[in-house]
Write a new protein. Structure first.
Length: 224
């Protein structure tokens, strides 16, 4: 790993996200979160690349830059669902300016960035393990512990009537069971993805068991 190069890529990420109009106003913490998430995606991608035997350094670079599209201003008509393809357009000249990789290797990184949101790119490239792992690493981070907290906060779970809490938990578990079977780019990515989904399913089921136990359990106590 070329550590100096990684530092340059990280500096480019920070500089562009921090100055982004997308995070203007009181959104400082959201900008920091985007940088932290990008670093986590790089670390997860690295772990997958090392296990699968493909280029760890370029995977790390792809992870750091995968959300660089968020440095654009989406209040003026751009669609944030295009942030993968737009991010690839930002990453491409920057990666060329580093002078570290061939055109082909840069295209592979940028293709992974382009497809990470909706699996669609505006240029052709091979669907290599490195390119596919950008989305996998992104999903693996997005379904980790923080997302559980965030989802419950967003749903205002604490304030919901108990029946609505139960319905929400069932809905989440059903959706997670579907997502669990989502295709991944590598066997390692699939195993890491399913471990995160299983963790979430287990958490929501435990919450459901707490709800079951929030009543007098005549079904259990009446036989004693
Ligand atoms: Fe993204
Ligand atoms: Fe992301």
């Amino acid at each position: 790993m070329n550590i100096e190069l990684i530092k340059k890529v990280d500096a480019f990420l920070c500089e562009n996200i921090e100055k982004s109009a997308h995070y203007e106003g009181n959104n400082q913490r959201a900008a920091e979160y985007r940088i932290e998430h990008s670093r986590r995606v790089a670390n997860i991608g690295f772990e997958i690349a090392r296990a699968e035997g493909f280029d760890c350094e370029r995977m790390y670079v792809a992870g750091l830059l995968h959300d660089i599209g968020y440095s654009l201003d989406y209040s003026s008509g751009l669609d944030f669902r295009d942030h993968g393809r737009l991010g690839a357009q930002i990453a491409m000249p920057f990666l060329h300016s580093l002078g570290a990789y061939t055109d082909d290797r840069i295209e592979e990184i940028c293709y992974g960035i382009a497809i990470h949101v909706d699996d669609k790119s505006d240029f052709e490239y091979e669907r290599t393990p490195l390119a596919l792992t950008v989305a996998d690493a992104d999903n693996i981070d997005r379904f980790d512990a923080f997302r559980l907290y965030e989802n419950l906060m967003t749903a205002d779970y604490r304030e919901l009537p108990i029946n609505d809490q139960r319905a929400l938990l069932e809905k989440r578990v059903n959706r997670l069971c579907e997502l669990r079977e989502m295709p991944c780019g590598t066997a390692t990515g699939k195993a890491m993805w399913q471990a995160k989904v299983d963790y979430q399913i287990d958490f929501y089921r435990r919450l459901g068991l707490q709800i079951d136990n929030s009543y007098i359990r005549f079904d259990i106590i009446s036989g004693i």
